[in-house]
Ligand binder design. Structure first.
Ligand code: PLP
Ligand code: COI
Length: 344
């Protein structure tokens, strides 16, 4: 994987944005079966005007990253977990699941076909893969689509929240991204459409994003924008919310494992009341795009909660977890078996 001439980009200055890369993967489902899929240079889709993805939100997506390791390999981080989550998302919206083998092969093919766009080691950048599954074909009534497209494209990216490991501020929202027994635990576009207004309000008020509370009672913390929440208590416990309207973050479950097995911390996944934020000395947002973003401050109904160093610095436990996670992803720390998947 070494020796590829890279495109000319300032890798250290990348944000989280779309960059057209060379080729993407596309496969079609028709009459009960998937075709083998192919790579294409065309970054536009031509779909039927009646497509269920357009009218009724019948679509789901994933997000995962490829990294260049210190010794020059290119690896995907836990793609099998993304494949499994996409299967759950597809099943929730009555879409045909993408076989795990095809999901991983598509990601590998897109990485191989765009190696010159995969950021080199050492810039804090990665190659973000966006697999998506959409219901297409002629239709009008509310029912599952007759045909489906599965596609994966990729883009080199830097930090999702400006500043990387710099703490950022969040405010709770009065809006919900998902219903109590709805689609919050699967990665479907409707959840994100429902989040746009809350996000915009938070940003206009000077915050990085909003925090969603549990949609039934608005008393427990759920998600931090498009990332999960964690807090570290004074006595070094790693605490993260449990709820069936939260997206089960692969990063979050990875951090729980690292906290328990590598840092010997106690890990608690349980409801986290918003008025108990005072128990945390550190807090963070975690996700593929967000990695670990330290939370400096949370404002909830005019009350402010600040975390490590008055919200001005990343705390020591968050930093250790960040170093472990990114170390595993870039091959400088030995991770649990199967966490990195080499693209050969
Ligand atoms: N929560 C939401 C709403 C998300 O969109 C994401 C991103 O995928 C996450 C959490 C983090 O999940 P993961 O760590 O699997 O990327
Ligand atoms: C991710 O972390 O992969 C996300 O999906 C976050 C956002 C860009 C939707």
């Amino acid at each position: 994987m070494t020796g590829v001439e890279k495109v000319s980009l300032d890798w250290s200055k990348l944000g989280f944005g779309y960059q057209k890369t060379d080729r993407r993967f596309i496969a079609h489902w028709k009459e009960g079966r998937w075709d083998a899929g192919t790579l294409t240079e065309d970054n536009s889709l031509h779909i039927h005007e009646g497509s269920c993805a357009l009218h009724y939100g019948q679509q789901c997506f994933e997000g995962l990253k490829a990294f260049t390791t210190k010794d020059g390999r290119v690896v995907l981080f836990r793609p099998d977990e993304n494949a499994k989550r996409m299967r759950r998302s597809a099943e929730a919206l009555l879409m045909p699941p993408v076989p795990e083998e095809m999901f991983i092969r598509a990601c590998e093919e897109v990485v191989r076909a765009n190696l010159r766009w995969v950021p080199p080691y050492g810039y804090g950048a990665s190659f973000y893969l966006r697999p998506f599954l959409i219901g297409v074909g002629e239709n009008l009534g509310v029912k599952p689509a007759p045909e489906y497209i599965f596609s994966v494209f990729g883009s080199p990216v830097g930090p999702y929240f400006k500043g990387g490991l710099q703490p950022v501020r969040f405010i709770t929202s009065e809006y919900d991204r998902a219903a109590p027994n709805g689609t919050g635990s699967v990665k479907v576009g409707g959840n994100y459409a429902a989040s746009l207004r809350a996000h915009e309000i938070a940003v206009k008020e000077g915050f990085a994003d909003c925090i969603y509370l549990d949609p039934a009672t608005h008393t427990y913390i759920e998600e931090v924008g498009a990332a999960n929440f964690f807090g570290i208590t004074k006595d070094d416990r790693f605490v993260t919310p449990k709820s069936n309207s939260i997206l089960p973050s692969i990063t979050k479950y990875s951090l729980m494992h690292l906290a328990e097995q590598y840092l010997k911390m106690t890990v608690e996944e349980r409801p986290v009341p918003i008025d108990s934020l005072g128990e945390f000395v550190e807090a963070g947002a975690c996700g593929t795009a967000a990695v670990i973003t330290p939370i400096g401050e949370i404002v909830h109904r005019k009350k402010s909660y600040t975390f490590y160093a008055g919200g001005k610095e990343v705390g020591p436990v968050s930093r250790k977890l960040y170093d472990l996670l990114t170390g595993i992803q870039t091959g400088v720390v030995e991770g649990p078996k199967g966490w990195v998947h080499e693209v050969r």
